[in-house]
Design a protein around this ligand. Sequence first.
Ligand SMILES: [Zn+2]
Length: 332
Amino acid sequence: MTGRPNLYGALDLGGTKVRAVVADSEGRVYGEDIRPSRTEEGLDAVVSRLAESLQVALGQAGAELTDLKGVGVASPGAVDVKRGMVPSAPQLPGWHEVPLAEIMSRRLGLDVCLENDATAAALGEHTFGGGRGVRHMVYLTVSTGIGGGIIIDGKLYRGASGAAGELGHITIDSSGPPCGCGARGHLESLASGTAIARRGEELVAKGESQVLAELRRQEGRVTAEMMERAAGLGDVASREVFREAGHYLGIALASYVNIFNPEVILIGGGVARAGDLFMEQARTTMQALAMSQPLKDVRLGLGELGDRAGPLGMIARLREAVGQEQAKGPRR
Ligand SMILES: [Zn+2]
């Protein structure tokens, strides 16, 4: 035993990285491990990697698996929370209807719960980050894709089957580019890191950015991060792509303001953290399009927890589940 009675384990499964966090019920992190996910190696390899990562984080914390009160996994995709299933996700090639909670539970010998990664990040920011004490909050993560979570009256809004909060999949332009979900012109297809990189490739193909063409020649394909550097070097075309993506985000934010009347909208994810221009334009467009009354109430800002938002959200969820068990325990 470690003398820390409320330790939890959280695993964040991403398309490029897995992250294991061991933290207590107050979100204090005692151990953390990050490694490449290598999802192309298949399910068994990824499951082993998650388990190894957790062991390393436990080692840092001076704890063992049996010290944990629970383990939570945050996964991409429209996760079926009740059944603990990952249906399929672009970040997880070859995965279909994977009962990940059960697989991890058998592997670790502990109860394991599953949550969509963006939903978990919303919970994390609400419990331990920029949304502490807030009753009505909208959270978006803008990275490779765009996900989100909605807090209503201090609680996560899940919808009928737990799939609520897909804030990246609202239509901005019905004749726009194809989205990963199969539709056209969704916010994700216009303002995600993937969308920004695609616009960058177009700039290079049309000969509209010498700076980007040179970076691409040195490093291979265009990424949103590369475009951010090009914008920093004064490349007007790259700056315009970020401004345009920010405008599309702002259109969506105005709708969230009108629909949810939130106190706070927090944006997480690498793209938002990278670009001032992106966030400034999103704010300007949101202010131009939202209705005046709900607009007065809302504060738009960046998430505070960075890449730990998802894992800490799983800690929040586990803490709540244990609290509910304890509350009903002695009376039965
Ligand atoms: Zn979509």
